[in-house]
Ligand binder design. Structure first.
Ligand SMILES: Cc1cc2nc3c(=O)[nH]c(=O)nc-3n(C[C@H](O)[C@H](O)[C@H](O)COP(=O)(O)O)c2cc1C
Length: 184
């Protein structure tokens, strides 16, 4: 079974996008599609970026743990909120820590916003920087408008049938990319 890491990017108290990370974890594990672990940037609590892991003389346990988990993941889902038309600083802070770990890594993007557009502006920015750093960004995306209503606190979707249908396509594309990578 593939091993998927789900990066939950919001570190905000009362965050709502984390609900989508919980949903994807349940979807993948309940469906026996993958082993799925949430890499919670709120829990990692990385300090503001000073330098890449490779350049750090005494990296913290948290940074080493994060790097190892990304390196050993077959694929990654990034769940990010949209703040002022972009992705949050917490996410760039974590992406810039690593380098080779991202190369050729299949990554699917889920964006979430309180408004009607589901984080489409953050998506464009994030796709660009992931391309720049050499990741394989999967073309199928998962925008969530009004995320506060779309899932409850435990990640249960308000409309399970419709959400599962979208997730099926989104995750199928990720798992296909993971399989293609494993064959290459
Ligand atoms: C600094 C900041 C800026 C935000 N800007 C937007 C925005 O441009 N469009 C939008 O729909 N929601 C915006 N929101 C609301 C978030 O999308 C909302 O909180 C949503 O639940 C996802 O973020 P969360 O996971 O931190 O809760 C903003 C929230 C914050 C904290």
């Amino acid at each position: 079974m593939p091993n998927i890491s789900i990066i939950s990017a919001s570190v905000r108290t009362g965050r709502n996008s984390h609900r989508a990370a919980l949903y994807f974890q349940d979807y993948l594990t309940d469906g026996k599609l993958a082993e799925a672990e949430i890499l919670d940037l709120k829990a990692y609590n990385f300090p503001i970026f000073e330098d890449k892991l490779k350049a750090q003389k005494s990296p913290s346990k948290q940074v080493l743990d994060f790097a190892a988990k990304i390196k050993n993941s077959d694929g990654v889902i990034i769940v990010t909120p949209e703040y002022n038309g972009g992705y949050p600083a917490s996410l760039k802070n974590a992406i810039d820590l690593l380098y080779e770990e991202w190369h050729g890594k299949p990554i699917s993007i889920c964006t979430a916003s309180a408004g009607d557009f589901g984080g489409s502006q953050a998506l464009v920015q994030l796709q660009f920087i992931l391309w720049k750093i050499g990741a394989w960004t999967v073309t199928s995306v998962f925008p969530i408008p009004r995320v506060q209503k779309a899932f409850d606190e435990n990640g249960k979707p308000a409309d399970k049938a419709a959400t599962d249908k979208l997730a099926h396509v989104f995750l199928k594309k990720l798992l296909e990319s993971v399989a293609a990578k494993q064959q290459s």
